[in-house]
Design a protein around this ligand. Sequence first.
Ligand code: SF4
Length: 313
Amino acid sequence: MTRTEPPPIPGQRIRARGATVNASGRFETERREGFADDWDLPEEDRLLQTEVRLERPRSALTFQNSPDLPFDRSINPYRGCEHGCVYCYARPTHAYLNLSPGLDFETRLIARPGIAEVLARELARTSYKVAPIAIGTNTDPYQPIEATHRLMRQILAVLADHRHPVWITTRGSLIERDIDILAPMAAEGLAAVSISITTLDRGLARKMEPRAPSPTRRLAMIRALSAAGIPVRVQVSPLIPGLTDHEMEAILTAAKEAGARHATSIPLRLRWKSPVCSRTGSRQRCRGGRARSWAGSESFMVAATTTPPLAKG
Ligand code: SF4
């Protein structure tokens, strides 16, 4: 994938994007560095366009055996995520594509058309053993480009045909489009949905999750899915110590009132070489330093990494 935009000026935020950096992926042989050239140009007005590359999938199901995870298989219809959450633990995976975990992760996306047909072939194998499939555990299947590519809808149609259990995690309101497939599956105990709500503060959500639906909209999603008989879990994740942990009770109360039946919370998890860690220039500095709460800033992440993990809620 060819890079068409220069890396941003360090620390300068691009409108409606999460990352403030576009550090090189760890497998790239070239290193890029932004710098201020002292010209007084309105760089902040520049809009970074989203690009989508197509990839023909050779497989649909990804298997893993981590004892930390409550599922052994998943499907990823997209790589990268336009929601652009600053804390996203999937960002470093973009380095495998020789792309940056920073702005590339949220602007240079990959869609995998044909994945539903490949899935149908995999489910039809005589050796296949049924177990719930998790979707949305890496990147969000209902991110904005799903409106065009409709890969999730095609995948759900295959799963419904096979009466195969599925568990979806998302922040994207496009899931409401697929209630007509999910509700009959849920009636047979084959579908459940997790909706992630990190904060009820619209301003904070805008900074942390610039292209994801607002907290109010996500509560409306819980309401719509629950009303259709689909079991909904609220994921208060990531719980960010010092920034959002005081909202736990309010989020749980609002989600319960909207119809959520279950709740989970996972503390913020920062992976080495995440874009915010890259800004510090060293692992040591990423682990230390003074706390200051500004979402998306280096200091915000440092604050989070220096606070002890919380127990799951
Ligand atoms: S919606 Fe999920 S996958 Fe997408 S950027 Fe946010 S945390 Fe990452």
